[in-house]
Design a protein around this ligand. Structure first.
Ligand SMILES: [Zn+2]
Length: 298
């Protein structure tokens, strides 16, 4: 008897825990949806979708195991077909789940440069996959973009408008963002993040000065809501803070290199504490400083 009461209590507790979990899906504006990435579940990239009159446009495909969770969430919000998935850049956490959307009838869209990166570095990363179990890419295939644009592509049906705008090179060569001028919502991909785990400024293709320029440019757009690549929803201040962090680090590295200091000296010397969450990961900061050092003119 006592055991069955314990089982009932345990089941109730489990149910309470499950039902008290905040939903990862949020409607930002009618027909515009946000799906919160989850670092612990190894599906860290944020995602979104826009329900046009006749079809759905998805923003960032996530990893395949993330896409498997996103698809049913999209279907809970609309019965319209998923026709397009836009990838902000080629990195696996944003793009490797693309084939799951292709199997639903979608075409993958990204900037021309991102398309090239997908077929080269993206493919190479996929082929090197060392994931195991549920986080292995083996059961999946890599689908590359089939629609690319050099600078800008607009989706519009009179109700919604989504401008895909290439602003890279920044975090990668082909970075592009999705801007919804009516709702004043901007999806930035990894050009901007809002968590404590950094944003890979050490990526081999990062162009730090242009990255800062891109963030500053976007902060001048009419934006109310910023959906960052990773972390919590932000606003224009998030764009400015990300730019300030990168700019500060870049300037200090450049000045230090000109003064003859070594990269390891600068890793110890440069204090980024005033940038709060953006600089909360010392290992990421160190990696970024070393990468900037390699790129900085002496
Ligand atoms: Zn990312």
């Amino acid at each position: 008897m006592r055991r069955s009461i314990a089982v009932v209590i345990f089941t109730c507790l489990l149910f309470a825990a499950a039902s008290s979990q905040p939903s990862r899906v949020r409607e930002l504006s009618p027909g515009v949806w946000f799906w919160q990435g989850d670092r612990d579940a190894r599906e860290p990239a944020n995602c979104g979708w826009v329900s046009f009159r006749d079809y759905v446009l998805v923003i960032d495909a996530n990893f395949p195991w993330g896409a498997r969770k996103i698809l049913p969430e999209i279907k809970k919000t609309t019965r319209k077909p998923i026709r397009f998935v836009f990838n902000t850049h080629y990195h696996g956490d944003h793009a490797y789940g693309g084939s799951l959307f292709v199997d639903e009838g979608a075409a993958i869209v990204c900037s021309q440069d991102c398309g090239v990166e997908s077929r080269t570095k993206g493919q190479a990363g996929w082929d090197k996959d060392a994931g195991t179990g549920e986080f292995s890419l083996k059961p999946y295939r890599l689908a590359h973009p089939t629609i690319v644009f050099p600078e800008k592509m607009t989706f519009s049906d009179g109700e919604h408008q989504v401008d895909l705008v290439k602003v890279g090179p920044g975090h990668s060569k082909g970075d592009a963002v999705a801007y919804l001028p009516k709702e004043k919502i901007l999806f930035t991909g990894d050009l901007c993040v809002n968590w404590k785990s950094g944003n890979n400024a050490a990526d081999a293709d990062a162009d730090h000065p242009n990255w800062v320029r891109a963030l500053t440019q976007m902060a001048g757009w009419d934006v109310r809501t910023v959906i960052v690549g990773h972390g919590a929803i932000g606003d224009v201040t998030t764009l400015r803070a990300q730019a300030a962090y990168l700019d500060d680090m870049w300037r200090q590295v450049q000045a230090g290199k000109r003064a003859g200091k070594s990269d390891e000296y600068l890793v110890k010397e440069i204090n980024l504490a005033k940038h709060g969450n953006f600089a909360a990961d010392p290992a990421r900061n160190a990696g970024s400083i070393r990468a900037m050092f390699r790129k900085a003119g002496s």
